[in-house]
Design a protein around this ligand. Structure first.
Ligand SMILES: Cc1ncc(C[n+]2csc(CCOP(=O)(O)OP(=O)(O)O)c2C)c(N)n1
Ligand SMILES: [Mg+2]
Length: 948
């Protein structure tokens, strides 16, 4: 059923004949195309017999009676209108339920367009000009990929995706998608990632990108600048807004973006009422759990500001999405079930007259029973095959198209390539209130590529077109490039004053400007200085609390801060009580668009579960992916909305980088800012919870994320200094960071802040204390080399205990260093080392780590509640190397003390580690270590936790 864009001319538009595709008919007697035979029938073979669906017999036992009922329906529709008909049908259904008729469930409507031809609004654009613009965009998008691949075979891109979605994108761009404007009131668009060539090609026509840019597609390091393969705000910060190419992340982020827009509105922070969120999605992409995983939230929250456009070209990378089924129908069922407004755009206008003639429902029945794999086959076969195999299934159907040539049959267009059908769908989406809309459009993958790729299983990766193929493409889309030139695949841009360019510019100007675009200089905030929070720090000293309580209490304080309080977005996936955040329920309320429609069970209590329309907390329920999507929406609001919101997302650290690492990566790409608070951190500190809860590796994972600053504070003064620095750097200075802090649930006495440690806290380490020996040192009588003990997080206290054991039992003095960020220390040390490598004749730079340890020597031992690789990052810069203890291996349910012994990160093991290093250095005999092992009660033959 392939058809040609060349035929999308205004002159060829067939006037809507006034017949409904299975909807209200006129007095033609044609009536609904939905015969009883078509209801819910799906066969897994195009030639297969209809099978009864959901227990309804497909055999009509009394056709006369059926006709009477259907005539009655037609009569009501014609005389009283479709609303009355719908009312009656509903009433009949209710009565049938009451009388015990087992009405089969079907979430599907027939395989035809949701909007009947006679309900289509008039198309307001210039069809011919839009077709020409789109054709030029198609050409340039294709040429970018072909040329990049010619320059270097290893470089490519995707032609066939945009080829299939061009009409979907272009109609939206010419008529619906609104630019940001000066007041940040534009739409937010999540483009299908690998359709990026089409977005670039349009920006080229709009004059936003140069020919050089297009030449350098996928060559971002080329002179003159290149273009990212996919939407990456990190790499093209003034162009792309939302990264999407990791499939599934675009849709879920779009849902939470739309919800966040309502949040901003409901809290009175910004009027977002005119903004829509668009998400262009591949049909294959719907296999990702993230794509569909949050759709019920979108309906529950009544996100009528959200539009999903699913490009159902029936193919993914390897082949058909649902060869034996129908992806359009499957998605319809899923979205209708979830409560969305579903608009199917399956057939182009060429089908309208055929459907209008389908008074027995034979065509719709045939449409229903053919499976996607077969529809794909029709794309690559000649018209005669379609006549024989599709229409030939029933002589009456064959008769219906007897007047059409094979060529015409081949060109019967699919809905997603028909601008008027697509326009009608978008217009309906804009008018839908109270629910989100999904437009499920059927297209052809590689549309326009002809035999090189249209509908072929290999089309996804098609990057090469030879001269003949280029010429055919050029001719088909009417691009004014000569035969001599065509083999070079030159880019084509009509003159500035051409009707095409003028039209394109006018449309975008009318809609508020270019899309996508990211603002250059978004607003900043005045953030509180540390001096304002010294009192807060002082109050923590001497209290037995956890670092979790430390950050949550600070959050509560910051929420009251006049400068930034209202911008903070606390986000929590059903763990508020775990983290002691429930006092915030009262203080700021839990956001609920509907307010609170019930009297909460705990309404008599002070800290009752308070939901409110202007609530500030995003209590997301058990979804780290949803919470992270909210984080991204809030953390990019400074750019996308012009309001610097401050997300503070607290969660079980085990379910962060490990579970939703890809979303965090997308957050970094998006230049999101905010705080990730990994609660219940540590493999041994969260006792009792076992293997799937005890996190000893998020610190390691986080290290690999370029814009994540990773901290592992041990004390409340440390976490406070870090959080305030984060506010300053992200919101006052406008730097693109995400601050990740692991916080623990172990209560212990918080010390007062030692003077002058602020810089060390932020840069990664500072000297916490020197522990002097209580008696003469063990060993050979000579002075022992100094011992340096490095620790972080909750294990810092074990390190201190190790130092005390060393002093007490073996007279060994040591220095304890509090390491707040292994990553920061390493990052800067590496930076210096690299600079020195490249500037051999300059005075070498010394990192903070090297500076700090410049005068230190001896043995260095480190311990944390994370895997050894975390502290081992520092090894190259530690004089004599670093001996790391850590929590490699699976966690298990136990008490802290036992866990710390199991993983060998307790004070005893820290002391043994130091002694073993002293022995290795020849400062003490091996027997001293052996005795220590015995004295401290460590079983030398115990299991190795790393492999247990
Ligand atoms: C998470 C993830 N897995 C795999 C890929 C690789 N990939 C890129 S495009 C693609 C096929 C996409 O098919 P579909 O969503 O139907 O889009 P179409 O190109 O057909 O429009 C795949 C598997 C990816 N980008 N992201
Ligand atoms: Mg697809």
């Amino acid at each position: 059923m392939a058809s040609r864009d060349m035929h999308e001319t205004g002159s060829e538009v067939v006037e809507a004949a006034g017949f409904a595709n299975g909807h209200a008919g006129e007095e033609t007697g044609g009536g609904p195309a939905v015969g009883p035979m078509s209801i819910g029938q799906v066969s897994d073979s195009s030639a297969g017999q209809p099978v009864p669906a959901d227990g309804v017999s497909s055999v009509d036992g009394d056709p006369t009676e059926t006709t009477e009922w259907l005539d009655s329906l037609r009569y009501v529709i014609n005389s009283r209108g479709p609303d009355r008909a719908a009312y009656l049908l509903h009433a009949i259904e209710q009565e049938a339920y009451r009388l015990g008729v087992p009405i089969p469930f079907s979430a599907n409507t027939p395989y035809i367009n949701t909007i009947p031809a006679d309900k289509q609004p008039p198309f307001p654009g210039n069809r011919e000009l839009e077709r020409r613009i789109k054709s030029i965009i198609r050409w340039n998008a294709m040429a970018m990929v072909v040329r990049a691949n010619r320059e270097d075979k290893s470089i490519g891109g995707h032609i066939s995706t945009f080829a299939s979605s061009a009409t979907l994108v272009e109609v939206a761009m010419n008529h619906f998608i609104r630019g940001r404007g000066d007041d940040y009131s534009g739409d937010q668009v999540y483009f299908q990632g690998h359709a990026s060539p089409g977005v670039y090609a349009r920006a080229f026509l709009e004059g936003r990108l140069t020919e050089k840019h297009l030449e350098n597609f996928r060559r971002e390091l080329a002179a003159g600048g290149g273009l990212s393969s996919y939407p990456h705000p990190w790499l093209m910060p003034e162009f792309w807004e939302f990264p999407t190419v990791s499939m599934g992340l675009g849709p879920i982020m779009a849902i939470y973006q739309a919800r966040f827009n309502k949040y901003l509105q409901d809290r009175g922070i910004k009027d977002t009422s005119r903004q829509h969120v668009w998400s262009f999605i591949g049909d294959g992409e719907t296999d990702e759990p993230e794509t569909l995983g949050a759709i019920s939230l979108a309906a529950r929250e009544k996100l009528d500001n959200l539009v999903f456009v699913i490009n159902c070209n029936l193919q993914r990378l390897d082949g058909p999405v649902r060869g034996n089924g129908k992806i359009v129908q499957e998605l319809e069922g899923v979205f209708r079930g979830a409560g969305w407004n579903v608009i199917k755009v399956i057939w182009g206008e060429d089908w309208d007259p055929l459907l209008a003639k389908d008074d027995q429902g034979l065509l719709v029945k045939r449409m229903n029973e053919v499976v996607d794999g077969q529809y794909q086959k029709y794309v690559v076969m000649p018209g005669g095959y379609i006549r024989d195999h599709f229409f030939g299934a029933d002589p009456k159907l064959a008769e219906m198209v007897a007047h059409l040539s094979d060529e015409k049959l081949k060109k019967l267009r699919r809905g997603g390539h028909d601008p008027e059908k697509v326009y009608a769908a978008y217009a309906a989406a804009m008018q839908c209130h109270g629910k989100p809309t999904v437009i499920i459009a059927k297209t052809i993958k590689g549309y326009g590529l002809g035999e090189v790729g249209e509908g072929r299983n290999v089309t996804h990766q098609q990057k090469k077109l030879n001269e003949d193929e280029l010429r055919a493409f050029r001719t088909r889309f009417g691009i004014p490039i000569s035969d001599d030139e065509v083999s070079k695949a030159p880019f084509y841009r009509p003159p500035e004053d051409s009707p095409e360019i003028r039209y394109l510019r006018e449309r975008r100007a009318a809609l508020g400007g270019a899309v996508p675009s990211r603002p250059k200089d978004p607003p900043r905030l005045e953030t509180p200085p540390l001096s304002d929070y010294i009192g807060f720090i002082e109050k923590s000293a001497g209290r037995e609390v956890s670092t979790t309580t430390g950050v949550v209490t600070l959050m509560a304080s910051l929420l009251k801060d006049k400068r930034i309080g209202k911008y903070i977005v606390p986000i929590v996936p059903d763990e508020s009580r775990t983290f002691g955040m429930d006092p915030l329920f009262k203080q700021c309320g839990i956001y609920a668009h509907a307010g609170q429609l019930y009297e909460p069970v705990d309404s008599d209590q002070l800290l009752y579960y308070r939901e409110a329309k202007d609530g500030q907390i995003l209590e997301e329920g058990i979804t780290e992916a949803g919470s992270m999507s909210s984080f991204v929406a809030a953390g990019t609001a400074y750019a996308s909305h012009g309001v610097p919101m401050i997300p503070m997302f607290i969660y079980y650290s085990m379910f962060g980088f490990q579970r939703i690492g890809d979303l965090i990566w997308a957050a970094c790409d998006s230049r999101a800012r905010g705080f990730l608070l990994g609660g219940t951190a540590g493999r041994t500190t969260l006792n009792g919870e076992g293997l799937q809860h005890q996190d000893g590796h998020s610190q390691l994972f986080a290290t690999a994320y370029p814009t994540v600053k990773v901290y592992d504070p041990a004390f409340v003064y440390e976490s406070t200094v870090i959080m305030l620095d984060g506010l300053d750097r992200m919101y006052a200075k406008g730097e693109d960071w995400i601050y990740y802090l692991t916080v623990y649930n172990e209560n212990y006495e918080m010390p007062a802040m030692p003077p002058g440690c602020e810089e060390g806290i932020l840069r990664g380490m500072y000297r916490l204390r020197d522990v002097a020996p209580a008696k003469k040192p063990a060993g050979k009588g000579a002075k022992l080399p100094p011992v340096h003990l490095l620790g972080s997080g909750a294990i810092l206290r074990e390190v201190i205990r190790g130092a005390e054991l060393l002093a007490e039992h073996w007279g060994v003095s040591s220095t304890v260093w509090s390491v707040t960020s292994w990553k920061e220390l390493r990052r800067e040390a590496q930076e210096c080392r690299r600079w020195n490598m490249l500037h051999p004749e300059s005075k070498p730079r010394r990192s903070y780590l090297e500076e700090t340890l410049a005068d230190e020597e001896g043995v260095f031992v480190a311990a944390s509640d994370h895997v050894r690789a975390v502290p081992e990052q520092l090894d190259p810069w530690i004089p004599g190397g670093l001996f790391a203890l850590g929590t490699d291996g699976f966690g298990r349910s136990e008490l802290r003390g036992r866990l710390r012994r199991h993983f060998e990160v307790d004070g005893e093991c820290v002391a043994i580690g130091a002694l073993s290093r002293l022995a290795a250095a020849g400062a003490i005999g091996a027997h001293v270590v052996a005795e220590a092992i015995k004295t401290l009660g460590v079983d030398p033959d115990k299991v190795d936790a790393a492999s247990a």
